[in-house]
Design a binder for this molecule. Structure first.
Ligand SMILES: *Cc1c(COP(=O)(O)O)cnc(C)c1O
Length: 264
């Protein structure tokens, strides 16, 4: 005789356990994707997410997983052959680095293994040795899921600034957004990427790119970006469908009864 009650839960880093409230909110028929409720909910989610990340910058939504938003951030900002410095404290820094390599970026990886946080002296010496300021960006993971190492994001930015280096600063908070504190503007992060299936506890399928003014200016210099990943029309859509470049991920963005109310 089984004494178990309720749903089975598999405790992996992601998809994390999906609360009953979220599952209940999804249990409904599809809405009109061109007007009304879906537009209002999406716009409210954009401003809530920006507040939650501590930024007055823009939020870009992709129907994608974490790998998708990793690629989105890179292809909006950099050209083939650009030099990118990646700080790795586990598996996911290495993963982002290999994606950059496959996009024909020139990568420098500082790998601190699975047991330690970032060594700021090493970071400083790489940036100081970069006389011609070839390094276009520094990439770091906030919490690396494979090692559970949590990095001090603010201190990375302070180190970049102390070296008077103009590199953009990109952070992967895919594992821990919603669990660990994130203060994008206060910490000086230019781009933060995250996804919905870990700390945010929803089924996989949406990822988010938070972009500040400096990153937007840089992206405007790019000669071309593949249409699906291009964040410019998603940030300034002429029609609602451009927010997602196609059908909105409708059931990912509903709120439960008693949460959001749409009164037209
Ligand atoms: C899970 C994870 C990713 C990859 O996300 P996917 O949705 O599996 O593509 C990237 N970075 C970190 C830190 C993660 O935990």
């Amino acid at each position: 005789m089984s004494l178990s009650r309720g749903r089975d839960h598999l405790a992996t880093p992601g998809p994390s356990i999906i609360p009953e409230k979220v599952l209940t909110a999804m249990n409904r028929s599809a809405p009109n994707i061109y007007e009304g409720e879906i537009i209002a909910i999406t716009e409210s989610i954009l401003s809530d997410l920006a507040n939650f990340a501590g930024t007055s910058g823009n939020v870009v939504l992709y129907v994608a997983n974490g790998h998708g938003v990793w690629e989105a951030a890179i292809v909006n900002l950099f050209e083939k052959g650009d030099t990118i410095l990646i700080l790795s404290t586990g598996q996911f820094g290495i993963g982002w680095a290999s994606l950059c390599k496959n996009l024909n970026m020139n990568i420098i990886v500082l790998d601190f293994g699975y047991e330690s946080t970032i060594d700021f002296n090493q970071l400083e010496s790489v940036l100081i040795d970069d006389f011609n300021q070839e390094i276009k960006a520094v990439l770091s993971v906030q919490t690396d899921t494979a090692s559970s190492v949590l990095n001090d994001i603010q201190l990375i930015k302070q180190t970049i600034d102390a070296c008077n280096h103009p590199a953009l600063f990109l952070v992967d908070s895919i594992a821990c957004f919603g669990c660990d504190r994130f203060e994008m503007d206060e910490w000086g992060v230019d781009v933060m990427v995250t996804a919905c299936q870990k700390g945010l506890m929803t089924p996989p399928g949406i990822s988010y790119c938070f972009v500040n003014e400096k990153a937007i200016l840089q992206s405007e210099k790019k000669i071309s970006v593949s249409p699906y990943w291009d964040w410019k029309p998603r940030i300034n859509p002429k029609n609602f469908y451009e927010r997602f470049f196609g059908t909105a991920p409708t059931h990912h963005i509903f709120w439960t009864e008693g949460g959001f109310r749409y009164d037209d």
